[in-house]
Design a protein around this ligand. Structure first.
Ligand code: C2E
Ligand code: MG
Ligand code: MG
Length: 590
């Protein structure tokens, strides 16, 4: 009985244990099922995330896309499933881009990068794409999962940050930071290209006073107007920056290869800025006149630290302000002197003719036997304070300002008078007058020359006009027409400074001229200098070929003269035979 009871209890216990196992198993299965369901749910949620997602099979055919994909691309799931993702191609990437992407996917199993895609409406947009290969247990790729992250907002945020960091919020001009970056690049380029650039520091003369009296709103408006004027009047490649307050800077990155020309350009721009900013500004029924001072510093091959030109321009600016404002100053003292001299000369030149300060000098031209056969007419400016100013200092200025036309006309008339006088005295000689490009190009130049001949009774046969080689190249047809008209008057024509321009023989042969003047730079070192000697020989050969006579300019030594004579040069001019002298002194030589 007891045994039976014991067996019964044992069986019962076994049943309970089995039931427990079954129950535990069921509960475990339930938990696993739940977890799997949770995972699926999570995966579905993840698939519905804000990023665009797309799953393709291993051939790249789209199997599934999420709603974000539809929002980003404009394509519904139905429209893209079964398609190749190339329907998103923007055309912005080349075949190599996609080849690299596929190479990375197949070798590394993933690829990520910025990519431009095309929406269904045709719009193209940037996004960040990350693609991962999904592999089965055997390591075979079965799918690709593509995630797209929109860059629109990120880019906009980056742009906003960039604007904050590099631009002045009031004027929208580059700020000091960006200006210095541009300056660094410009300095490097100037070093490489061996050219000059400049930094201009601009300060508004009356700004603070107006700002204090009329308030910030007016002040801000004036600054905006200044910015607008600077932008309008400067060239697109010039960088204009606002350093805050009433301070602006301008970068002229590439001015010229020569210092002299760079100074001239920089001064021109600085003067323009000063002028433009001194014009009245109209704002809310009031008129304001700001005025500006400008400091200028050049940079070039010689190493300056990054912000040195800026500091120098600022120093120059302070000098301009100390000098009474509304002025332009250069940092380099030598440049400042040069600029001041030029400005002073420019102002004084128009009185030079009226006050009889211009003087005609004559330099003898001789033949092979050293007999004087003519003279070149060379101008001097007898300045009351500066003494004799050489033509190289004022002729280019006169050319720029247009005063050369009046000066040239005066010289021509004086020489025609002299020629008439000499002919009457039985002392006729050929006189060679320099004609500047601007003078030559004025309308009816030949008619004006004829008028001078007629008015004075001078014989055109004794008159030579020298034009420069460069002039001939610029407008060949116009030049030929004027030269022909002059030739028809019976005047002799000469090409000055021959060899320093870049004219071709083809051009030269078309010009109706009689004579070439070998530039004095070619005579340097002749006949010891092999290169120059060869050049002089070549020019003489060319002249002979074109039936032109030759004047050698700058003959200073007997050796040069002897060599030229062996080459059958026609005419000689230089210190060896005589320096330029005032007319009366020259006439006594005869
Ligand atoms: P250019 O026409 O080539 O004149 C020759 C220059 O060489 C002159 O300089 C003359 O003094 C200089 N020269 C002559 N022989 C020698 C020499 O043996 N050695 C050296 N070192 N120099 C010599 P200058 O008088 O200073 O004139 C310079 C330039 O000014 C002229 O060059 C010409 O282009 C221009 N110029 C002078 N007078 C006039 C003028 O009335 N009208 C125009 N448009 N230009 C003028
Ligand atoms: Mg000359
Ligand atoms: Mg010359």
């Amino acid at each position: 009985m007891n045994l039976l009871l014991l067996l019964l209890v044992l069986a019962l216990l076994a049943m309970i244990a089995m039931l427990g196992v079954v129950l535990w198993r069921t509960r475990r299965d339930c938990a696993e099922h739940k977890r799997a369901r949770e995972l699926l749910w999570l995966a579905a949620k993840a698939f519905d995330a804000a990023e665009g997602m797309c799953i393709t099979d291993r051939r790249g055919i789209i199997q599934r896309v999420n709603p974000a994909f539809t929002r980003m691309t404009g394509y519904t799931a139905d429209e893209v499933i079964g398609q190749n993702p190339s329907l998103l191609h923007s055309g912005r990437h080349d075949a190599e881009f996609y080849a690299t992407m596929w190479h990375d996917l197949l070798t590394k199993g993933h690829w990520a990068g910025e990519i431009w895609n095309r929406r269904k409406n045709g719009e193209i947009y940037p996004e960040w794409a990350s693609i991962a290969a999904v592999q089965d247990e055997q390591g075979e790729t079965t799918h690709f999962i593509v995630n797209f992250f929109g860059l629109g907002k990120q880019k906009a945020a980056e742009d906003a940050l960039h604007r904050l960091a590099y631009y002045d919020p009031l004027t929208h001009l580059p700020n000091r930071q960006l200006f210095i970056e541009h300056l660094g690049k410009a300095q490097a380029a100037a070093k490489r290209g061996k050219h000059y650039g400049a930094v201009l520091f601009v300060d508004l003369d009356n700004f603070r006073r107006i700002n204090d009296a009329r308030g910030h709103e007016t002040g801000d408006q004036l600054l905006r107007e200044v910015a607008a004027r600077l932008i309008r009047f400067l060239r697109e490649e010039d960088i204009v920056a606002h350093f805050g307050g009433d301070r602006f800077t301008v970068l002229l990155a590439k001015l010229a290869g020569s210092e002299e020309i760079a100074i001239r350009f920089a001064r021109g721009v600085a003067e323009k800025i000063r002028l433009v900013l001194s014009m009245p500004i109209q704002w809310q029924d009031s008129t304001y006149v700001l005025g500006a001072s400008v400091g200028v510093a050049l940079f070039s091959v010689k190493g300056k630290t990054l912000d040195e030109p800026l500091k120098q321009a600022e120093t120059a600016l302070n000098q301009a302000k100390m000098a009474g404002r509304n002025a332009v100053r250069f940092f380099e003292a030598v440049m400042q002197i040069e600029v001041e001299t030029r400005m002073a000369l420019e102002g004084e030149m128009h009185r030079a003719i009226e006050r009889n300060e211009l003087q005609i000098y004559l330099q003898p031209q001789v033949d092979g036997e050293a007999r004087i056969i003519g003279a070149e007419v060379l101008l001097r400016w007898q300045h009351p304070e500066r003494g004799i100013v050489p033509p190289d200092h004022f002729i280019p200025l006169a050319e720029e300002t247009g005063q050369i036309i009046a000066i040239g006309e005066w010289v021509l008339l004086e020489i025609c008078r002299l020629l008439a006088r000499m002919t009457a005295a039985g002392q006729a000689l050929r006189m060679a007058v320099n004609v500047s490009p601007r003078q030559f190009r004025q309308p009816h130049f030949a008619t004006r020359v004829k008028a001078a001949l007629v008015a004075t009774g001078a014989d055109p046969d004794w008159l030579t006009l020298e034009i420069t080689e460069g002039l001939a190249i610029e407008d060949i047809d116009g030049t030929i027409a004027t030269l022909s008209a002059l030739k028809a008057l019976g005047i002799h024509l000469s090409i000055d400074d021959f060899g320093t321009g870049y004219s071709s023989l083809a051009y030269l042969s078309r010009l109706p001229v009689d004579e070439l003047k070998i530039d004095k730079s070619f005579l340097r070192g002749v006949p010891d200098d092999a290169r120059n000697t060869a050049l002089v020989e070549a020019i003489l050969a060319v002249a002979r070929h074109l039936h032109l006579s030759v004047v050698a300019e700058g003959v200073e030594t007997v050796e040069q003269a002897t060599f030229l004579r062996t080459c059958n040069c026609d005419c000689y001019q230089g210190y060896l035979y005589g320096r330029p002298e005032p007319i009366e002194t020259f006439l006594q030589l005869l």
